[in-house]
Design a protein around this ligand. Structure first.
Ligand SMILES: [Zn+2]
Length: 471
């Protein structure tokens, strides 16, 4: 096979991206950015129009690429759902005439229902990590010189593996990848920390639950050489307690990074000021209500995402990610970025919302009341926790206690009592709150994946019924 880098269709635009993309967020003023986005958007709509799935939808809606003069015209385009993607795979999600053998399939995780598959190529894979470089500048890190550890999912067809096999391997004769370490998320935590200890990463990317394990071991004296400058969490909700627990153990910041397979990279990154900046030159983010109407700026809605770059399967007004967001269109941040911001971060998967008998709804990110108690007592006695809604009127808080700290500082019983009171105050008197110590918390649905912080056993329909009766 000819090395894909020798194909100027790949190498020239890719090189341009590596030169121009990282600094764009800071370089362009709002007017220039708008022009840049308008152009990119028109290009991607034209491209999507050559793809049967989009072509048919646009035809049916009576809209043609020539009707699209810029991003403001996005409302003319119909949305594309997860089901659309699934039903049109494998032959109708690439431009007509493209040989699908020349593309690689990547698939999403199956935890929120069925997974979907889309196509990527060499150029798109190369562009996927660029936002990462622009983040590192804030920490005075040069991406060409850092040691980077990626603790990811290297199962077949997952994006981590596809990139390793089809982007990095062909480049091996030109570049050394010694400064990047890929570790599979499924290896035992002690092995993981040994590998990191030898590698001495400057930057780590992993799931929140992995950090929890690592931080626990670090507290016990493992991984003495692991002194990163910054760590990023992706793939799951990072709650405040886990963040503090990990940051305290490693002595550096742990920031959120919002990624998805469909986005083929990082949609938003949390900066040191705590704002989740959307990489606005690469994505358009919109939010809609249950009837697919756009919500007002700053209002909570389901994310709709458009990818402004890349080849393979285009992603235009895609609704399949099921995340809740509140988007402020533009925010000039102290960090120097002037971008749309996802207020308070991504609120996690819709199916995990806690609905209570009184009609109150909590997205999982807003249902973590363990942390304030531990912060109050400056305690790290809780190694891990999970909040489970067993029934509409029963909440169980599972705590894994660090035995070494059980009798250090504030009494564990007092902490448990206050956690219980915290929840009781939030959920109201008709809901029973149980605090329970357990030895371990595992992800029962998918043991390969970290356990979520908040889960509910209440069926969606049951939750909706409550809400219908209230309103
Ligand atoms: Zn910022």
């Amino acid at each position: 096979m000819i090395n894909p880098l020798f194909n100027p269709m790949n190498s020239v635009p890719l090189l341009m991206r590596y030169i121009l993309d990282p600094g764009r967020l800071k370089r362009l003023n709002p007017r220039q950015m708008k022009r840049y986005r308008d152009k990119a958007f028109k290009r991607i709509v034209k491209y999507a129009y050559t793809v049967p799935l989009y072509h048919d939808k646009y035809k049916k809606a009576g809209v043609h690429p020539s009707d699209i003069k810029g991003i403001d015209d996005i409302v003319k385009l119909p949305m594309v759902s997860k089901n659309d993607m699934r039903e049109n795979f494998p032959d109708r999600i690439l431009p007509v005439g493209h040989n699908k053998e020349k593309f690689h399939v990547i698939c999403t995780g199956g935890t929120t229902g069925k997974s979907i598959s889309i196509y990527t190529d060499f150029y798109t894979m190369g562009g996927s990590s660029i936002p990462f470089f622009r983040e590192l500048e804030a920490f005075n890190l040069d991406w060409k010189k850092i040691q980077f550890a990626n603790i990811g999912n290297f199962n077949p067809c997952r994006v981590d593996l596809v990139i390793r096999e089809n982007f990095r391997k062909p480049l091996e004769s030109f570049f050394s990848w010694d400064n990047q370490l890929d570790i599979d998320v499924n290896i035992p935590a002690k092995e993981l920390i040994d590998k990191l200890n030898k590698f001495k990463p400057d930057v780590i990317l992993a799931y929140p639950a992995i950090y929890q394990h690592l931080a626990f071991l670090k507290r016990k004296g493992y991984g003495k050489n692991i002194k990163p400058t910054v760590m990023y969490a992706a793939g799951a909700l990072l709650d405040d307690y886990t963040r503090k627990y990990v940051e305290d153990a490693f002595g550096c910041r742990l920031l959120n990074s919002y990624q998805s397979v469909e986005a083929h990279g990082i949609i938003a990154t949390e900066c040191i000021e705590g704002n989740w900046h959307v990489h606005t030159d690469r994505y358009i983010t919109e939010a809609i209500d249950d009837d697919s109407n756009l919500v007002a700026p700053g209002e909570r809605g389901h994310l709709v995402m458009t990818r402004l770059w890349g080849r393979g399967t285009p992603i235009v007004r895609y609704t399949g990610m099921d995340d809740w967001v509140r988007i402020t269109p533009n925010k000039k941040c102290k960090c120097g970025w002037d971008t749309p911001v996802i207020e308070g971060g991504v609120e996690g998967r819709m199916r995990a919302n806690i609905v209570l008998p009184n009609g109150k709804v909590f997205p999982p990110g807003a249902f973590c009341f363990v942390e304030p108690v531990l912060t109050k007592y400056k305690s790290f006695v809780v190694k891990k926790y999970q909040v489970v809604q067993n029934k509409l009127d029963e909440i169980e808080v599972l705590l894994v206690i660090d035995e070494d700290l059980r009798n250090v500082g504030a009494s564990t019983d007092v902490i448990k009592k206050e956690i219980k009171e915290n929840y009781e105050n939030k959920v109201g008197p008709e809901v029973k709150v149980i605090i329970k110590e357990v030895d371990e918390i595992k992800n029962k649905e998918n043991p390969m994946k970290p356990a979520p912080i908040v889960i509910t056993k209440v069926k969606l329909e049951e939750g909706f019924k409550v809400l219908d009766n209230i309103t």
